[in-house]
Design a binder for this molecule. Sequence first.
Ligand code: MN3
Length: 197
Amino acid sequence: MAFELPKLPYSTNALAARKMCQETLELHHGKHHQAYVTALNGFVDKDASLQGKSLDDIVKSTAAAGGPVFNNAGQHWNHILFWQCMSPSGGGIPGKLEAKINADLGGVAKFKDEFKAAGVSQFGSGWAWLVLAPDGKLKVTKTPNGSNPLATGEGKVLLACDVWEHSYYLDFRNVRPDYLQNWLDHLANYEYAAAQL
Ligand code: MN3
């Protein structure tokens, strides 16, 4: 069965008041994410060894070699999470998650600084992540291009932030740090993150 573009969990204008405009979401979801899905399905059609595999299995089995199948499968996997990691009522951190952030990352302000630094320092395109690491502690990390914590074995994703330019250029032009700060303060779906604990 072919992979499919998931529906957004909100309308394309639902995040505009939080500085992710309708045009950004229409292009990012309807064009960029759709293109990864279409490309991935094209590779699966032509390669019997990929057929019948789950998206997780394709990401894991192609991670070491990299290449176009991994890039497109990774980007499909990453964007499925990204849409869930934002909310029209984002920014509020539930007590359970805040306590864990305080214990593992030294407080919310330090967490946000660390997450922002990860996203800003990812040279070129990539992702910033908050994960529950295999040791049971929260960890901030980053990956290039289409890679992700499933591929690197860094843990379960609580938050995924796309730092490719297509995610912020219409709203923040070249100023990635402002996109990340706004994302953490007003867009991030910490309810989703807390539910992953
Ligand atoms: Mn993207």
